[in-house]
Design a protein around this ligand. Structure first.
Ligand SMILES: *Cc1c(COP(=O)(O)O)cnc(C)c1O
Length: 415
């Protein structure tokens, strides 16, 4: 069966060793999955989810019980005061943008303590010129880089003591950088240090790719506001778009008034038939995130066996669902991404090529055969064409489908 799917004999024999090696790691993932499933189920029951919540509103969206209850469930899962979960957010980038514009005022300072933020935020902040950026409204931006993959706590505290910072942004996942993603323990430690010197600076977390990877979310370790995408972890592969903002009530409310209308805030926003998908996606999310993690662990072990550098290693503690593979040359990166595409359920017959993309300096190759456009909780793999030729792989709705696609992609490397 494997061979008819284009999987090489060498890969088949390697995989039985890999399966044995990673067994313990997969068990750990199951344990986390069980814990997070409990959180979700408990929140559904505490909020008495029923058929009525699958109903929809149109127009202004007044009195959308389903929408309001989904937001209560998110707040419960994050142990937070309030949440905004909307399909009026295009995706995570939009929710991050809304949050920043909601909380920052002219002459305020935004401080990133995880180095340069995610690519799509460059024009939002004004790192790259844009006449609608925060900078164009007079918001200052500063950043402190990580040191040895951890927060530079000394510099952060010195900076906070020198003059007022309004908002600190922490991006947990690595984005297209080579640094490691940040575990909840590291986030907890830096928040404690920040609170020792500044009680009221707003701490906002870009939580993309990190939800349900561990047993705690950032709101449980002192973050004021947490933001993420529904075409990633918490959408469970079912949400067709959207994003969430969760945290302190007052801040969530400011974000709602920026997304909709000052004075209307959370009261408006029709769910347009999406309530059931958002609930079902959230219900599946712990297990879909677990499948993504297992696929990443499998990839890490197999590709390391084939002689490539990988990050994280199969037995490292993970903070997100992203797996890096360093190919060291363009051909292998391209072959692997094409292999992932050919192992997908949708568009398996197309061949991705490196191409110029808006917002990127180098050509990028992107493999995604997904049901939802751009969804990266579904198996996807991409990489900028520049040394050291790193692929960023994430997702898979099930471990079995993920494993098959990885075996197929790896076969192209040994042929
Ligand atoms: C994906 C991602 C975003 C943007 O989310 P989209 O849903 O793609 O807009 C922001 N930050 C990080 C770290 C991400 O991984």
């Amino acid at each position: 069966m494997y061979e008819s799917f284009g999987i090489d004999k060498k890969i088949i024999s390697l995989v039985s060793n890999v399966d044995e090696t990673i067994k313990k790691e997969l068990d750990k993932v199951d344990d986390i999955c069980e814990f997070n499933s409990f959180k979700v189920l408990k929140a559904f029951q505490d909020n008495q989810i029923s058929d009525v919540h699958f109903n929809s509103t149109t127009g202004y969206g007044y009195g959308d019980v389903g929408r309001d209850t989904i937001e209560k469930i998110y707040a419960d899962i994050f142990k937070a005061e309030d949440a905004l979960v909307r399909s009026q957010f295009i995706s995570g980038s939009h929710a991050l943008t809304v949050a920043l514009f909601a909380l920052l005022r002219p002459n305020d300072t935004l401080l990133s303590i995880t180095g340069k933020p995610y690519d799509t935020l460059e024009e939002v902040i004004g790192i790259k010129d844009n006449s609608s950026s925060l900078k164009s409204f007079g918001v200052n931006y500063e950043q402190i880089d990580l040191v040895d993959n951890d927060f530079d706590i000394e510099r952060i505290c010195t900076r906070l003591k020198s003059s007022k910072v309004k908002l600190i942004e922490i991006q947990r996942s690595k984005g297209y950088s080579v640094r490691k993603s940040l575990t909840i323990d590291k986030v907890e430690k830096v928040i404690k240090a920040i609170r020792d010197v500044d009680k009221d600076v707003i701490i906002m977390i870009d939580n993309c790719y990190c939800e349900f990877v561990s047993k705690k979310e950032p709101t449980q370790v002192g973050a004021d506001l947490v933001v993420g995408s529904l075409i990633k972890n918490l959408g469970g592969g079912i949400a067709p778009n959207g994003a969430y903002i969760v945290g302190r009530k007052e801040l969530v409310n400011l974000a709602a008034e920026r997304l909709t209308v000052p004075g209307e805030g959370k009261e408006v926003g029709p769910s347009l038939g999406m309530n059931k998908s958002l609930l079902q996606g959230l219900f599946l999310a712990p297990s879909v995130v677990a499948s993504s993690l297992k696929t990443a662990i499998f990839t890490s072990c197999l590709l390391e066996n084939l002689g490539y550098k990988v990050e994280p290693k199969y037995n490292d503690d993970r903070a997100d669902i992203v797996q890096n593979i360093e190919f060291g040359n363009e051909q292998d990166l391209v072959k692997y991404c094409q292999g992932i595409q050919s192992g997908s359920p949708v568009d398996s017959f197309v061949v991705p090529l490196p191409w110029d993309m808006p917002g990127y300096t180098d050509k990028v190759i992107m493999a995604a055969g997904a049901f939802t456009q751009g969804s990266s909780i579904e198996l996807s793999c991409d990489g900028p064409i520049r040394p050291p030729y790193i692929a960023y792989q994430q997702g898979s709705l099930t471990y079995e489908y993920g494993k098959l696609a990885i075996m197929k992609a790896a076969s192209r490397l040994v042929k």
